[in-house]
Design a protein around this ligand. Structure first.
Ligand SMILES: C[S@@+](CC[C@H](N)C(=O)[O-])C[C@H]1O[C@@H](n2cnc3c(N)ncnc32)[C@H](O)[C@@H]1O
Length: 272
């Protein structure tokens, strides 16, 4: 009975799809799960507004931490488990999206990192591990505002969480490579490489060897203080420490962190 009702709903949506897409500006039919919920639609509409804000922002706004932070908090953040020492989002809690979909980032450190990127000359970028894709859409919008011809490649082993890709592909220079891993691009030289996929030591090290070490402007790693991955042969923390030691002649390290040595953290190796 429930299945029948769902099928009728799907047919109605399919039937009215074209006028609805025209009205809302995006596709209501989720290729993977069937139909987006009202909450998903609200998130997508909200996120579209943020992306448009970024693409049309002034030069002053583009280099303003407050402006970027406001866009980040307007996007909402994903509902993630806290850090291993009981760390949580504290003041950012009110920006968590209860449905779970959002940037898988802590707003303060992510806004600082995004601001840092706006000063770099980036022609092409690759993010390994995109999940919902919202971080990718956000960073691509910023880089595209700086350089309208930038190309942003999104890589993941699974498409099951990717949110409204087609909607954002209409306005952003994004391209998805899913399912794929960094191995597919082995040895390619991207200006900006963002490593946030397999969080095991072997996984991160593989991403460094395949892509990170070849970054022309910078390579970034999410979770350089993510001790919840220590059990995976040392996880991101160990891989980051080794990267800083082994590549110090080629990359200058810096970290954006609100929870130093405890949780999350975005480590960046900037090409010297
Ligand atoms: C923490 S999420 C990425 C979060 C995203 N970068 C963000 O900031 O919102 C990790 C993602 O990496 C993907 N993943 C796991 N192993 C991978 C691999 N070897 N290569 C590419 N992606 C991988 C998972 O499917 C998952 O979607």
């Amino acid at each position: 009975m429930r299945k029948q009702a769902l099928n009728i709903c799907k047919s109605i949506i399919k039937w009215f799809r074209k006028p609805i897409v025209k009205l809302l500006g995006f596709n209501l039919v989720n290729k993977h799960t069937g139909v987006y919920t009202a909450q998903d639609i609200a998130i997508a509409q909200n996120f579209s507004k943020v992306i448009k804000n970024i693409l049309t922002c002034s030069e002053t706004e583009l280099h303003s931490y407050d402006f970027i932070l406001r866009q980040v908090t307007d996007c909402k953040i994903a509902n993630m488990p806290g850090g291993p020492g009981g760390e949580n989002f504290g003041k950012w809690e009110k920006y968590i999206n209860p449905s779970g979909i959002g940037l898988i980032q802590s707003p303060g450190e992510f806004a600082e990192f995004a601001l840092y990127l706006t000063d770099l000359k980036i022609q092409n970028a690759v993010e390994i591990g995109v999940c919902y894709g919202l971080t990718g859409y956000f960073l691509c919008a910023l880089l595209q505002r700086v350089n309208p011809s930038v190309k942003y490649y999104m890589v993941d082993i699974s498409e099951s969480n990717l949110f409204c890709f087609d909607l954002f592909a209409n306005i952003l220079n994004i391209k998805k490579y899913i399912p794929a891993t960094s191995e597919f691009f082995e040895g390619e030289k991207f200006d900006f490489v963002f490593i946030d996929g397999d969080h095991s030591y072997q996984g991160v090290t593989g991403d460094i060897l395949n892509l990170g070490q070849h970054a022309q402007v910078c390579v970034a790693f999410h979770d350089v203080y993510g001790h919840e991955y220590d059990g995976l042969s040392g996880g991101v923390c160990r891989a980051w420490q080794e990267f800083m030691a082994n590549y110090k002649e080629r990359f200058k390290a810096k970290v954006f962190s609100e929870y130093p040595d405890k949780w999350l953290g975005i480590g960046v190796g900037e090409k010297i």
